[in-house]
Design a protein around this ligand. Sequence first.
Ligand code: NDP
Ligand code: MG
Length: 389
Amino acid sequence: ARSQPALVALLGATGSIGRSTLDVIAHHPDRFKLVAVSAHRQVDQLADIAHRFQVQSAILTGVDRHLPGLATKFPEHCHLLHSQEQLEAVVSADDIDIVVSAIVGAAGLRGSLAAVTAGKTLAIANKETMVIAGALINRQARQNGACIIPVDSEHSAIFQAMHAGRPDEVSKIVLTASGGPFRKFTKQQMEEITPAMALKHPTWTMGPKITVDSATMMNKALEIIEARWLFDLDASQIEVVVHPQSIIHSFVEFVDGSILAQMSPPDMRLPIQYALSYPERIPGCSPRLDFCQAHQLEFSPPDFDRFPAIQLGLEVAQAAGTSGVVVNAANEVAVDAFLNHKLGFQQIVPACRAMLEAHNFISEPNFEEIMSLDQWTREETIKWMHACC
Ligand code: NDP
Ligand code: MG
């Protein structure tokens, strides 16, 4: 057993991944100590967490710091912080060992980047970080001795299965996809999809943005790009298979044709815990697969015609450069518009493709170029939506 618990900063503590991470940490008080947490607007939830875990710092990035009574909600000893700069300083502080990046969207990039720049272990759930800045993040991690451990269930599965061989013995990876709620919808039925329909996922309970991404299969597109950077693969080495039961979380095929899979009931606490305890495995609070019951595992190829996001994801993984920045930003704007009944479900992926084709490609963007292109794309996507709908 370790003598000292690992000190953890959790960005996005009030979200779906955030809450699952809190479960894991609460289950292992001897292994992990939560010292810093962030949220955007959910003040009371963050204050509850600050009390429960007696954290040193709590960061609220989306709330007016002069809000009456704000500070009194938090424990007296807790530093209540507000700015992005303060978030980055907390993440980089000497006493932090592990940073869990669980903010949703491009808003998670700065925290992830600060973590690798400070040489921390980065447990990465915020896939958008890798999609928009995978090359930059990898470079910073390499230069500063940071370790990046995936939390996304597919990437955790691949990371685990890859331990069976050397990197140059991997021939390809196969990402599993549940297929989402519209797996069996016809194109005509897909024209009628409402936000309420898209927010009902068959196998996972997640935040609203990623739930819509799963329905369009943009989530799988983002995961293809994420995998390209996490595992340094060529786009031609990445495949997708639809597996509605979400029990096998992905496959790695080695050069001899042997395929390794990782399986467990769908529950994010397992990949989160593995990212925190790596390289060790420890007993945890996730459910186990019950072989006293019958299980049927199905696999089928994705329908590229009804789900054009898959092809888009492969193209972006191949093109690299700034492609991920624009596709991600367009998707964030389009999903938000769809959830607010301002854009049709079937327009989300076309919006992303339109922005990919319209933007000025840069092959090795720096941080400033990434941020300004993200902003450009958000404005252009709004114009595109006005023109098309
Ligand atoms: P949620 O929407 O449930 O939570 C998002 C978190 O981010 C909240 O803590 C929220 O704070 C915070 N947040 C939102 N906007 C901002 C912002 N602009 N600046 C700073 N913080 C912000 O998302 P999920 O937990 O579902 O997903 C988080 C990330 O993990 C995503 O990148 C997703 O793709 C990835 N992921 C999620 C999985 C899941 O099972 N949920 C599985 C695999 C990956 P507040 O509550 O105050 O608004
Ligand atoms: Mg996933």
